[in-house]
Design a protein. Sequence first.
Length: 47
Amino acid sequence: MSKQEMRKRLASLSFSEKVKILEKLRDRSLALAASGLVGGRCPQKGK
């Protein structure tokens, strides 16, 4: 799916559907942060 097609699809969604997508993205971000895969410093590089 091209970027324009994705934008059109997202624009056509209702507000509540967009909120559901944002909640899923937030949950995914929190899960990644809790797992330590994202958001931390690289142990070899930083002090």
